[in-house]
Design a protein around this ligand. Structure first.
Ligand SMILES: Nc1ncnc2c1ncn2[C@@H]1O[C@H](COP(=O)(O)OP(=O)(O)OP(=O)(O)O)[C@@H](O)[C@H]1O
Ligand SMILES: [Mg+2]
Length: 378
Protein backbone atom coordinates (compact mmCIF):
# COMPACT_ATOMS: atom_id res chain seq x y z
CA UNK A 1 0.00 0.00 0.00
CA UNK A 2 1.27 3.53 -0.71
CA UNK A 3 2.21 5.58 2.31
CA UNK A 4 0.22 8.78 2.90
CA UNK A 5 1.19 11.73 0.67
CA UNK A 6 3.46 13.35 3.21
CA UNK A 7 6.87 14.05 1.74
CA UNK A 8 8.57 14.12 5.15
CA UNK A 9 7.84 10.46 5.89
CA UNK A 10 8.86 8.95 2.52
CA UNK A 11 10.12 5.42 2.49
CA UNK A 12 13.52 6.06 0.92
CA UNK A 13 13.87 2.50 -0.33
CA UNK A 14 11.23 3.32 -2.96
CA UNK A 15 13.09 4.59 -5.99
CA UNK A 16 10.00 5.47 -7.96
CA UNK A 17 6.62 6.07 -6.46
CA UNK A 18 3.28 6.81 -8.10
CA UNK A 19 0.62 8.16 -5.79
CA UNK A 20 -2.90 7.88 -7.16
CA UNK A 21 -1.81 8.83 -10.67
CA UNK A 22 -4.40 9.37 -13.40
CA UNK A 23 -3.74 10.37 -17.00
CA UNK A 24 -6.49 11.39 -19.38
CA UNK A 25 -6.18 12.13 -23.08
CA UNK A 26 -9.45 13.91 -23.87
CA UNK A 27 -12.14 11.39 -23.05
CA UNK A 28 -9.70 8.45 -22.82
CA UNK A 29 -8.48 7.53 -19.35
CA UNK A 30 -5.14 5.88 -20.14
CA UNK A 31 -4.01 5.49 -16.53
CA UNK A 32 -6.62 5.32 -13.80
CA UNK A 33 -5.71 5.98 -10.14
CA UNK A 34 -2.49 3.97 -10.22
CA UNK A 35 -0.40 3.59 -7.06
CA UNK A 36 3.02 1.95 -7.38
CA UNK A 37 6.07 1.71 -5.17
CA UNK A 38 9.10 0.57 -7.07
CA UNK A 39 11.92 -0.48 -4.82
CA UNK A 40 15.47 0.60 -5.38
CA UNK A 41 17.45 -2.00 -7.29
CA UNK A 42 14.46 -4.11 -8.26
CA UNK A 43 13.43 -5.45 -11.63
CA UNK A 44 9.87 -4.23 -11.89
CA UNK A 45 7.63 -5.11 -14.82
CA UNK A 46 4.44 -3.52 -16.09
CA UNK A 47 2.48 -6.27 -17.80
CA UNK A 48 -0.81 -6.06 -19.61
CA UNK A 49 -2.56 -6.19 -22.97
CA UNK A 50 -2.25 -3.55 -25.68
CA UNK A 51 -3.73 -0.21 -24.68
CA UNK A 52 -3.78 -0.87 -20.92
CA UNK A 53 -1.61 2.16 -20.15
CA UNK A 54 1.91 0.72 -19.82
CA UNK A 55 3.70 3.18 -22.10
CA UNK A 56 1.78 6.12 -20.69
CA UNK A 57 2.84 5.13 -17.17
CA UNK A 58 6.46 4.88 -18.29
CA UNK A 59 6.34 8.20 -20.14
CA UNK A 60 5.03 9.92 -17.02
CA UNK A 61 7.91 8.51 -14.96
CA UNK A 62 10.35 9.66 -17.66
CA UNK A 63 8.75 13.11 -17.74
CA UNK A 64 7.49 13.04 -21.35
CA UNK A 65 3.90 13.25 -20.09
CA UNK A 66 2.44 14.98 -17.05
CA UNK A 67 -0.17 13.24 -14.86
CA UNK A 68 -3.67 14.71 -15.01
CA UNK A 69 -3.81 14.14 -11.26
CA UNK A 70 -1.72 12.42 -8.63
CA UNK A 71 1.98 12.63 -7.88
CA UNK A 72 5.22 10.94 -8.97
CA UNK A 73 8.33 10.79 -6.81
CA UNK A 74 11.81 9.71 -7.87
CA UNK A 75 14.21 8.90 -5.03
CA UNK A 76 11.65 10.41 -2.66
CA UNK A 77 11.44 13.76 -4.46
CA UNK A 78 8.30 14.96 -6.29
CA UNK A 79 9.17 15.47 -9.97
CA UNK A 80 6.20 17.52 -11.20
CA UNK A 81 7.58 20.08 -13.65
CA UNK A 82 11.06 18.48 -13.78
CA UNK A 83 11.94 17.95 -17.47
CA UNK A 84 13.06 14.49 -18.70
CA UNK A 85 16.75 15.40 -19.01
CA UNK A 86 16.87 16.55 -15.39
CA UNK A 87 15.45 13.30 -14.01
CA UNK A 88 17.98 10.62 -13.12
CA UNK A 89 16.14 8.28 -15.41
CA UNK A 90 16.82 7.00 -18.91
CA UNK A 91 14.53 5.29 -21.35
CA UNK A 92 15.05 2.53 -23.89
CA UNK A 93 12.19 2.61 -26.35
CA UNK A 94 10.74 -0.24 -28.33
CA UNK A 95 11.95 1.41 -31.51
CA UNK A 96 15.45 2.12 -30.34
CA UNK A 97 16.14 4.93 -32.77
CA UNK A 98 19.92 4.96 -33.13
CA UNK A 99 21.38 7.93 -34.99
CA UNK A 100 22.20 6.53 -38.45
CA UNK A 101 24.78 9.19 -39.26
CA UNK A 102 26.86 8.37 -36.17
CA UNK A 103 28.98 5.31 -35.49
CA UNK A 104 28.42 3.14 -32.42
CA UNK A 105 30.72 5.10 -30.11
CA UNK A 106 29.14 8.42 -31.04
CA UNK A 107 25.67 6.99 -30.54
CA UNK A 108 26.59 5.73 -27.09
CA UNK A 109 28.34 8.97 -26.10
CA UNK A 110 25.47 11.18 -27.20
CA UNK A 111 24.08 11.84 -23.70
CA UNK A 112 27.56 12.61 -22.35
CA UNK A 113 28.24 15.21 -25.04
CA UNK A 114 24.92 16.87 -24.18
CA UNK A 115 26.16 17.50 -20.64
CA UNK A 116 29.61 18.50 -21.87
CA UNK A 117 32.00 15.89 -20.45
CA UNK A 118 35.58 15.99 -21.77
CA UNK A 119 36.47 13.95 -24.81
CA UNK A 120 38.72 11.65 -22.73
CA UNK A 121 35.97 11.08 -20.21
CA UNK A 122 33.49 10.38 -23.00
CA UNK A 123 35.81 7.84 -24.58
CA UNK A 124 36.43 6.09 -21.27
CA UNK A 125 32.77 5.87 -20.34
CA UNK A 126 31.67 4.80 -23.80
CA UNK A 127 34.26 2.02 -23.58
CA UNK A 128 32.88 0.92 -20.21
CA UNK A 129 29.29 0.98 -21.47
CA UNK A 130 30.20 -1.06 -24.57
CA UNK A 131 32.02 -3.51 -22.32
CA UNK A 132 28.89 -3.92 -20.23
CA UNK A 133 26.77 -4.87 -23.21
CA UNK A 134 29.56 -7.04 -24.66
CA UNK A 135 30.25 -4.85 -27.68
CA UNK A 136 33.87 -3.88 -27.04
CA UNK A 137 35.62 -3.27 -30.33
CA UNK A 138 32.43 -2.19 -32.12
CA UNK A 139 33.12 1.54 -31.55
CA UNK A 140 33.61 2.45 -35.19
CA UNK A 141 30.87 0.29 -36.65
CA UNK A 142 27.99 1.93 -38.41
CA UNK A 143 24.59 1.14 -36.94
CA UNK A 144 23.37 -0.51 -40.17
CA UNK A 145 26.26 -2.96 -39.93
CA UNK A 146 24.80 -4.43 -36.75
CA UNK A 147 22.27 -7.19 -36.13
CA UNK A 148 19.00 -6.41 -34.36
CA UNK A 149 20.35 -7.72 -31.06
CA UNK A 150 23.54 -5.69 -31.40
CA UNK A 151 21.55 -2.54 -32.19
CA UNK A 152 19.47 -3.21 -29.11
CA UNK A 153 22.63 -3.46 -27.05
CA UNK A 154 23.91 -0.16 -28.45
CA UNK A 155 20.62 1.43 -27.41
CA UNK A 156 21.10 -0.06 -23.97
CA UNK A 157 24.70 1.17 -23.70
CA UNK A 158 23.51 4.63 -24.73
CA UNK A 159 20.93 4.58 -21.94
CA UNK A 160 23.42 3.30 -19.36
CA UNK A 161 26.34 5.56 -20.20
CA UNK A 162 25.33 8.41 -17.93
CA UNK A 163 24.58 6.01 -15.09
CA UNK A 164 20.91 6.60 -14.40
CA UNK A 165 19.55 5.28 -11.12
CA UNK A 166 16.43 4.15 -12.94
CA UNK A 167 16.23 2.63 -16.40
CA UNK A 168 12.86 2.56 -18.12
CA UNK A 169 12.50 -0.02 -20.86
CA UNK A 170 9.47 -0.09 -23.13
CA UNK A 171 9.21 -3.50 -24.82
CA UNK A 172 12.91 -3.27 -25.68
CA UNK A 173 13.04 -6.77 -27.11
CA UNK A 174 9.85 -6.56 -29.14
CA UNK A 175 11.64 -6.37 -32.49
CA UNK A 176 13.83 -9.43 -31.91
CA UNK A 177 13.14 -13.02 -32.85
CA UNK A 178 12.28 -15.50 -30.11
CA UNK A 179 15.72 -17.05 -29.67
CA UNK A 180 17.54 -13.72 -29.52
CA UNK A 181 14.85 -12.36 -27.24
CA UNK A 182 15.41 -15.20 -24.77
CA UNK A 183 19.17 -14.55 -24.81
CA UNK A 184 18.71 -10.83 -24.34
CA UNK A 185 16.27 -11.45 -21.46
CA UNK A 186 19.01 -13.27 -19.58
CA UNK A 187 21.57 -10.62 -20.47
CA UNK A 188 19.34 -7.78 -19.34
CA UNK A 189 18.54 -9.51 -16.08
CA UNK A 190 22.26 -10.19 -15.51
CA UNK A 191 23.12 -6.58 -16.26
CA UNK A 192 20.44 -5.28 -13.93
CA UNK A 193 21.74 -7.46 -11.09
CA UNK A 194 25.32 -6.50 -11.80
CA UNK A 195 24.62 -2.76 -11.84
CA UNK A 196 22.00 -2.78 -9.10
CA UNK A 197 19.95 -0.13 -10.85
CA UNK A 198 16.18 -0.09 -10.84
CA UNK A 199 14.60 -1.41 -14.02
CA UNK A 200 11.03 -0.57 -14.92
CA UNK A 201 10.25 -2.89 -17.76
CA UNK A 202 7.18 -2.79 -19.98
CA UNK A 203 6.03 -5.93 -21.71
CA UNK A 204 2.87 -7.64 -22.83
CA UNK A 205 4.65 -11.00 -22.79
CA UNK A 206 3.86 -12.87 -19.60
CA UNK A 207 6.71 -15.36 -20.04
CA UNK A 208 9.16 -12.50 -20.31
CA UNK A 209 7.74 -10.85 -17.18
CA UNK A 210 7.80 -14.12 -15.23
CA UNK A 211 11.42 -14.90 -16.16
CA UNK A 212 12.91 -11.50 -15.44
CA UNK A 213 10.98 -9.70 -12.72
CA UNK A 214 11.21 -9.31 -8.99
CA UNK A 215 7.80 -7.67 -9.03
CA UNK A 216 5.14 -7.67 -11.73
CA UNK A 217 2.22 -5.31 -11.87
CA UNK A 218 -0.62 -6.49 -14.05
CA UNK A 219 -2.63 -3.68 -15.66
CA UNK A 220 -5.91 -3.63 -17.49
CA UNK A 221 -7.78 -0.61 -18.85
CA UNK A 222 -5.43 1.76 -17.02
CA UNK A 223 -5.95 0.09 -13.67
CA UNK A 224 -3.69 -2.07 -11.57
CA UNK A 225 -5.18 -5.53 -11.23
CA UNK A 226 -2.55 -7.05 -8.98
CA UNK A 227 1.09 -6.65 -8.12
CA UNK A 228 3.45 -9.13 -6.57
CA UNK A 229 6.23 -11.59 -7.19
CA UNK A 230 5.94 -13.90 -10.20
CA UNK A 231 5.16 -16.76 -7.80
CA UNK A 232 2.43 -14.80 -6.01
CA UNK A 233 0.74 -13.87 -9.28
CA UNK A 234 0.90 -17.41 -10.55
CA UNK A 235 -0.08 -19.13 -7.30
CA UNK A 236 -2.61 -16.59 -6.04
CA UNK A 237 -4.11 -14.56 -8.89
CA UNK A 238 -6.84 -12.36 -7.40
CA UNK A 239 -9.23 -12.37 -10.31
CA UNK A 240 -10.14 -14.05 -13.53
CA UNK A 241 -8.18 -11.62 -15.65
CA UNK A 242 -4.88 -12.19 -13.84
CA UNK A 243 -5.46 -15.95 -13.69
CA UNK A 244 -5.97 -15.97 -17.45
CA UNK A 245 -3.18 -13.56 -18.26
CA UNK A 246 -0.45 -15.22 -16.19
CA UNK A 247 -0.12 -18.80 -17.31
CA UNK A 248 -2.94 -21.09 -18.26
CA UNK A 249 -5.86 -22.07 -16.04
CA UNK A 250 -8.83 -24.36 -16.12
CA UNK A 251 -11.90 -22.42 -15.08
CA UNK A 252 -15.08 -23.91 -13.69
CA UNK A 253 -18.07 -21.63 -13.10
CA UNK A 254 -20.52 -21.98 -10.24
CA UNK A 255 -22.07 -20.20 -7.27
CA UNK A 256 -20.78 -19.73 -3.75
CA UNK A 257 -22.44 -22.28 -1.49
CA UNK A 258 -20.19 -21.93 1.54
CA UNK A 259 -18.02 -19.09 2.86
CA UNK A 260 -15.44 -18.70 5.59
CA UNK A 261 -14.16 -15.19 4.95
CA UNK A 262 -11.90 -15.13 8.02
CA UNK A 263 -10.24 -18.34 6.94
CA UNK A 264 -10.25 -17.22 3.30
CA UNK A 265 -12.04 -20.38 2.16
CA UNK A 266 -15.10 -20.93 0.02
CA UNK A 267 -17.18 -23.69 -1.52
CA UNK A 268 -18.45 -23.36 -5.07
CA UNK A 269 -21.34 -25.44 -6.36
CA UNK A 270 -21.20 -26.16 -10.07
CA UNK A 271 -24.32 -26.60 -12.22
CA UNK A 272 -23.72 -30.38 -12.10
CA UNK A 273 -24.12 -30.26 -8.30
CA UNK A 274 -20.46 -30.95 -7.62
CA UNK A 275 -19.00 -28.80 -4.83
CA UNK A 276 -15.41 -27.56 -5.04
CA UNK A 277 -13.63 -26.22 -1.97
CA UNK A 278 -10.77 -23.77 -2.23
CA UNK A 279 -9.01 -20.59 -1.23
CA UNK A 280 -10.35 -17.11 -1.95
CA UNK A 281 -7.25 -15.36 -3.29
CA UNK A 282 -8.60 -11.79 -3.14
CA UNK A 283 -8.43 -10.87 0.53
CA UNK A 284 -10.24 -7.60 -0.07
CA UNK A 285 -13.29 -9.25 -1.63
CA UNK A 286 -16.54 -9.45 0.38
CA UNK A 287 -18.68 -11.93 -1.56
CA UNK A 288 -22.00 -13.43 -0.41
CA UNK A 289 -23.52 -16.90 -0.62
CA UNK A 290 -25.18 -17.37 -4.00
CA UNK A 291 -22.76 -15.04 -5.85
CA UNK A 292 -21.24 -16.27 -9.08
CA UNK A 293 -17.67 -17.50 -8.75
CA UNK A 294 -15.00 -19.20 -10.79
CA UNK A 295 -12.73 -21.96 -9.64
CA UNK A 296 -9.35 -21.81 -11.39
CA UNK A 297 -7.03 -24.82 -11.43
CA UNK A 298 -3.58 -24.86 -13.03
CA UNK A 299 -3.16 -27.65 -15.62
CA UNK A 300 -0.14 -29.15 -13.85
CA UNK A 301 -2.23 -29.80 -10.75
CA UNK A 302 -4.55 -32.26 -12.52
CA UNK A 303 -3.68 -35.93 -12.17
CA UNK A 304 -4.89 -38.42 -14.73
CA UNK A 305 -5.25 -42.14 -14.19
CA UNK A 306 -6.92 -44.92 -16.14
CA UNK A 307 -10.27 -46.19 -14.90
CA UNK A 308 -13.13 -44.63 -12.98
CA UNK A 309 -12.79 -42.03 -10.23
CA UNK A 310 -12.85 -43.06 -6.60
CA UNK A 311 -13.88 -40.33 -4.12
CA UNK A 312 -11.13 -39.26 -1.72
CA UNK A 313 -11.45 -36.68 1.07
CA UNK A 314 -9.69 -33.42 0.21
CA UNK A 315 -9.73 -34.20 -3.51
CA UNK A 316 -12.04 -33.66 -6.43
CA UNK A 317 -12.36 -36.57 -8.84
CA UNK A 318 -14.31 -36.60 -12.08
CA UNK A 319 -14.72 -39.01 -14.95
CA UNK A 320 -13.53 -38.14 -18.40
CA UNK A 321 -11.86 -39.11 -21.61
CA UNK A 322 -8.67 -37.96 -23.29
CA UNK A 323 -9.75 -35.90 -26.22
CA UNK A 324 -6.33 -34.85 -27.48
CA UNK A 325 -2.74 -35.38 -26.51
CA UNK A 326 0.02 -32.96 -27.55
CA UNK A 327 3.69 -33.67 -27.11
CA UNK A 328 5.50 -30.43 -26.18
CA UNK A 329 9.06 -31.63 -25.71
CA UNK A 330 9.51 -31.24 -21.98
CA UNK A 331 5.89 -32.04 -21.24
CA UNK A 332 2.70 -33.45 -22.67
CA UNK A 333 -0.59 -31.56 -22.71
CA UNK A 334 -3.86 -33.46 -22.49
CA UNK A 335 -7.23 -32.05 -23.49
CA UNK A 336 -9.82 -33.86 -21.46
CA UNK A 337 -13.57 -34.11 -21.95
CA UNK A 338 -14.98 -34.46 -18.44
CA UNK A 339 -18.25 -34.22 -16.54
CA UNK A 340 -17.19 -30.63 -15.73
CA UNK A 341 -16.52 -29.69 -19.35
CA UNK A 342 -13.20 -29.51 -21.14
CA UNK A 343 -10.12 -29.46 -18.92
CA UNK A 344 -6.44 -29.20 -19.76
CA UNK A 345 -3.83 -31.23 -17.91
CA UNK A 346 -0.09 -31.08 -18.30
CA UNK A 347 2.43 -33.63 -17.32
CA UNK A 348 6.13 -32.85 -17.19
CA UNK A 349 8.50 -35.48 -18.53
CA UNK A 350 11.09 -36.50 -15.99
CA UNK A 351 14.11 -37.89 -17.77
CA UNK A 352 13.53 -39.57 -21.10
CA UNK A 353 11.54 -42.59 -19.99
CA UNK A 354 7.97 -41.57 -20.83
CA UNK A 355 5.70 -43.63 -18.63
CA UNK A 356 2.32 -42.47 -19.90
CA UNK A 357 -0.21 -45.18 -19.29
CA UNK A 358 -3.16 -43.30 -20.76
CA UNK A 359 -3.96 -42.76 -24.43
CA UNK A 360 -6.35 -40.67 -26.50
CA UNK A 361 -9.95 -41.86 -26.37
CA UNK A 362 -9.42 -43.85 -23.21
CA UNK A 363 -11.74 -43.43 -20.21
CA UNK A 364 -9.90 -41.90 -17.32
CA UNK A 365 -10.35 -40.30 -13.96
CA UNK A 366 -9.05 -36.78 -13.33
CA UNK A 367 -8.35 -35.65 -9.82
CA UNK A 368 -6.80 -32.73 -8.01
CA UNK A 369 -6.36 -31.68 -4.39
CA UNK A 370 -8.52 -28.96 -2.82
CA UNK A 371 -5.48 -26.73 -2.39
CA UNK A 372 -5.28 -26.46 -6.19
CA UNK A 373 -8.69 -24.77 -6.26
CA UNK A 374 -8.44 -20.98 -6.49
CA UNK A 375 -11.81 -19.36 -5.90
CA UNK A 376 -12.14 -16.16 -7.91
CA UNK A 377 -15.05 -13.90 -7.09
CA UNK A 378 -14.29 -11.15 -9.65
N1 LIG B 1 -0.99 10.88 -26.96
C1 LIG B 1 -2.16 10.24 -26.82
N2 LIG B 1 -3.31 10.80 -27.20
C2 LIG B 1 -4.50 10.17 -27.05
N3 LIG B 1 -4.62 8.92 -26.57
C3 LIG B 1 -3.51 8.29 -26.18
C4 LIG B 1 -2.21 8.90 -26.30
N4 LIG B 1 -1.28 8.03 -25.83
C5 LIG B 1 -1.97 6.93 -25.44
N5 LIG B 1 -3.30 7.08 -25.65
C6 LIG B 1 -4.34 6.10 -25.33
O1 LIG B 1 -4.17 5.69 -23.99
C7 LIG B 1 -4.37 4.29 -23.84
C8 LIG B 1 -3.13 3.65 -23.26
O2 LIG B 1 -2.09 3.71 -24.23
P1 LIG B 1 -0.63 3.15 -23.95
O3 LIG B 1 0.21 3.52 -25.10
O4 LIG B 1 -0.19 3.60 -22.61
O5 LIG B 1 -0.91 1.60 -23.93
P2 LIG B 1 0.12 0.36 -23.83
O6 LIG B 1 -0.30 -0.44 -22.67
O7 LIG B 1 1.51 0.87 -23.88
O8 LIG B 1 -0.23 -0.48 -25.16
P3 LIG B 1 0.74 -1.29 -26.18
O9 LIG B 1 1.00 -2.63 -25.55
O10 LIG B 1 -0.12 -1.42 -27.41
O11 LIG B 1 1.97 -0.47 -26.42
C9 LIG B 1 -4.78 3.79 -25.21
O12 LIG B 1 -6.17 3.74 -25.27
C10 LIG B 1 -4.22 4.83 -26.15
O13 LIG B 1 -4.97 4.89 -27.32
MG1 LIG C 1 3.07 0.66 -25.27
Amino acid sequence: MPSPPDSTSRDVSADVELIDVTKRFGSVTAVDHVALQIERGSFYSLLGPSGCGKTTTLRMIAGFEQPTSGEILIAGVPVAGVPPYRRNVNTVFQHYALFPHMDVARNVGYGLRQVGVTRDEEQRRVGEALDLVRLSGYDRRRTWELSGGQQQRVALARALVNRPTVLLLDEPLGALDLKLRKEMQLELKGLQQELGITFVYVTHDQDEALTMSDVIVVMRDGRVQQQGSPEALYERPVNRFVAGFIGQSNTIAGRLSGLDLDGGMASVETPTGLVLNGRITDHGARPSIGDEAIVAIRPERLEIAPGTPSPTAGWTSVAGRIHQETYLGDQTEYRLATDLGQLVARRAHHGHAETTTVRSGESISVRWPDDANLVLVA
